[in-house]
Design a binder for this molecule. Sequence first.
Ligand code: NAP
Length: 443
Amino acid sequence: MSSVIVTGAAKGIGAGIAEAFARAGWSVVAVDRDKAPLEQTAARIGGTVVTLAGDVADRATNDAAVKLAVDRFGGLDAAVGNAGVTLAKLIDDSTPQEFDRLFSINVKALMYLAQAAHKALGKTKGSLTVIASKTGLVAQRDSPLYCATKGAAIQDRVGRPVPGDAGRGLHHRCGASGRRRVHRRMSKGRLDDRVCVITGAGSGIGRASALLFAREGACVVVADVDRAGAEETVKLVHADGGKANAFSADVVDPDDARRLADETARTEGRIDVLFNNAGIAGVGTLHETSTELWDKVMAVNVRGVFLVSKFVVPHMIEKKRGSIINMSSTIAEIGLAQRASYAASKGAILALTRAMQVDYAPFGIRVNALLPGTIATPFVEKYLRESYPSREEGLKAIRKRQLTSELGKPEDVASAALFLASDESSFVMGSGLFVDGGVRGGK
Ligand code: NAP
């Protein structure tokens, strides 16, 4: 069984996190300075929860939490630094004592937790999650010091490069099947009876998402311009015991996009999830990019998202619900050589995602973007061939810019898509979720 430490677990988000882990079968060390509410929360949650009353700003509390996990559960797989306090005061009203207290709990405690957890987590596996806040990125009125602590917490996210499968070994304590077991238990039926349209699902990330969504109970419409690829995906889903139909469609063609939306809504009764995943690469600097390539990349990667969404959204509006996931890329946030048209298309998707979210929130529709780094798919194989003198040189360059030594897998992105598709992300709106092996972290 996997184990996790959650700090600030007596109430609010921390209690919710502890409960979610316990429900998924994890053993939980719940830490908070308020003993009575902590005990009540633990009793309410049920499952395997041990409590520890203490102040996370004391190193000793963090050490004791890790010791408890090791003694009681035989090890530690994850830690969530959630405990935090606010201070609604302007800087000129704040005292040095308040400053120290705020930074001790919101920032220094994270260091104590990381240091205590590091040995127990092991060198090649484990997960340390920091609950920061959007106020660390976007200023909030009247709480400057609180914003500063959360900015510090966010910037603290970049760890040392981890050899091997960083983070992936999270559930490995139970062996290879352990990961699947925990994942499945946590995610069983997360898309029960949802009708999900995935474009570009005849290959790579789209195919992995179709398989995962179907495993989670969805009926998947596997749309692709490559009919054979779509049919192969459907075959794989059926072999796995899931529900899926193939739909041959070019997202660039308005008639295909309309047919995809209307026929799905007619035959399946509704569309709950649209994953705008279809996309193509474009290699070259701006002045070397032909207008034909520019137009083609923009057509598939941007116009395709526009068209399919245009015809799907009215069906979602009718039902007053839906989740749209648009495929952007880490390249929308960082510069990479020789990718002018592709970067422009994925930047447009990020902006479009936010604009769509504002427009469709009143209709119960969530719109979010995924920003993968380099994921081992046929798409990347093509990019490696076109952009580097040799495949090996290309792989070397890619690995160098990541914090992990391996490329991402389609399943890594599929898991993130599942989160955005499911109700678990019901409060996630207009966001971009990175799945990039730490490319933005620098080394
Ligand atoms: P992939 O293996 O090439 O799969 C993409 C699928 O989309 C293919 O089956 C492709 O068909 C299909 N497609 C292309 N144009 C289409 C169109 N006009 N209409 C319908 N389907 C179309 O690529 P992937 O790596 O899974 O990429 C999926 C998405 O993730 C893309 O949007 C890509 O930009 C994005 N992404 C990928 C990475 C990565 O490292 N792999 C990183 C960031 C973002 P054909 O094979 O016939 O073209």
